[in-house]
Design a protein around this ligand. Sequence first.
Ligand code: SF4
Ligand code: SF4
Length: 717
Amino acid sequence: MASSMNHYQRPLLVLFGILLCAIATAGELTKPDIEQRFQNHVAHTGAAVASGVSLHVGDKLHDIAVWPLYSDQSPDSNPVEYVFETIDLAPIPGFEGTPINMLVEMDVSGKFLSVEALTQREPVFVSGLGPGPLINFLKQYEGLNLRQEITIASGYGNQTSHASGGANRVVVDGVAKATASVRIINQSLLGAALAVARSKLGFAQQSATALPATFKNIPFEKLDLPTLIRRGYVQHVTITNAEVEKLFVGTDGAGLDEAVLKNPDGIFADMTVASLNSPIVGRNLLGDDNWAQLQTHLQDNRAAYWVATSGAYSLTDDSFTPGSSPQRLELSQQDLPIELRDTNRDYARNPLFPNLNAALILAVAPQAGLDPGQPMDFRLTVSRARGSIMPVITQKQLVLHYTPPPELFDYPPKPLPEWLQAWQGRLPDLVIISVALLLLTAMLIWPHFISIHPKRLFVFRIGFLLFTLGFIGWHAQGQLSIVQITGAIKSMMAGAGLASFLYDPISLLLIAFTAISLVVWGRGTFCGWLCPFGVLQELVGLVARFNKIPQWRLPPRVSKFLSRSRYVVLAALMMAAAWAPAWAVKMVEIEPFKTAITVNFQREWPYLVWAIGVLLLGVFVYKFFCRYLCPLGAALTVLGKLRRFKWLQRIPACGNPCQRCRHACHYDAITPQGAIVYDDCFQCLDCVGIYHDDTRCVPKVIYNTKGVTIQVRPSKS
Ligand code: SF4
Ligand code: SF4
């Protein structure tokens, strides 16, 4: 059963539970702030207003937290840009537990005009790398469009490897040593922008960032009209006079069309639509020569649709000019209006359909945002006017819901969620670390084989520790930190969950393993084997001992008293995280992890002095920082109270009178009575080796050589 809690550890557990952080989840700027930044700001966009026109800021909207920016030169009175804080719309917590807040300026076409970090406490950008790389990272968004698939370069630490993709795909450079943070930032930025797009720009209902389908090159076969219709290659909708009259019921347009009223069963309009890009549709409808000619005309990857009407109503009126957009026809996809333009082809009139009153081949520009493989709506507008002076106009639309036949398209795989891409990019590292963790697990379950031979244990331990320092720490950036614990608590307190950890798979794997090991073996598994900075100290201590540098072994009472200072540091950090986050960001620098591991000693001199100073102390006092200062070690010690097993074996002779293991333990984790103090044990396994070794365990040696029995029945301590 786990030992009872010390009186100074209980309040810390309570503090863990009530880390009362006031996380800012509302925007921080006021209208005057926005005016200061954007009033009279020159519009960059050509989407709605001419470039060079100044803007003015409207009131923050009530339905969604955005500021509209208006221009007097706008052809209508609608906003030409929107400005918003990401924390209002997609508050995804970063590693410190607080959402990163960015101010985004986006035009009505979905183009990012500027992105600026307002508040961020990402440890690596606060100090360490500093804010410069973050500013440069955000600058890359300027000019990109939300309709593009924006992803972060996948290679870890690789700022230049841009995965290839479709024309709509943009890969922005990540930031080495901050890969998880920039993925969270990307997710937050796109999430907020999509919310604005859905609410205000009328697009991005589901897949604005997905790649569009492409036309498949399926073998041509001659098909007759009924087959084309049966397969959905040609689709149509028929509206009777009665149905169109029903649309106007209750409006000023009701009962105005005599011809409709006289013949309710008559066909008002039959609208037919076919996508012409696929040869199996285009060649069968237009004939080989016309289709080939159309392909030449569409060279710029435009999508082309044949739209025709028969019956009483036509898709063109007298004012229609060939080559323009037909006023009566609209195309939309996921509520995104898309412009159709007549290609002015004289072969649009199709002999297969003798009764047409109008037929056009209409093209859609590739940048219009149409996905030809997804359903779309063709809407034919019917207008009626009541009165001749100041007539009241009523408009209704006949809709053809066009569903593209899936066999005509290649659908690109759906882009993986950002967090999954992070896992994909780190797969080799994850596999290697998982194998190492399995090895460590096996060794801790069966410690006898490795520990019984001092040399074997030394080689295994040094090998594993070098792996932890070099691979987990310096290469994979898997140094856990107290920031992750306070960040996780803050995130959960704010109801944001722990999703942000998904973006840092290496840390998540280590956190999961450490959590399990805390319950099974106690805090020593992490501190003794998996903490890169702990390893650095251990190596410093070993080199010092090897060079016979005198070691100061503090008297047990002094050591015990000093070790409590870790809990004071931990409590101070948690309180600062709760009530003074700006202080917490500075205080957390007591951990030299960022300096020594994350940025590999490339920092300003005060941080270097601290990290090197702490390591130098470890030359004389073995693992000084771990034992007397480390807040993470203290937190793990408190959480280590969850340990369910006393797995380090003892015999009654341990401490009574034998003191062999106690003197061998460099961590002073064995009491004079022979009991293991799991709070202080780093699981170096030295005592385990002695315990199993008949030539080193004193009671066993005495028994074997002199036949004197000292009680050697195993017990647990
Ligand atoms: S006490 Fe701190 S520095 Fe030492 S091994 Fe544990 S977490 Fe790492
Ligand atoms: S020698 Fe000390 S630190 Fe090592 S396993 Fe035994 S009690 Fe733990």
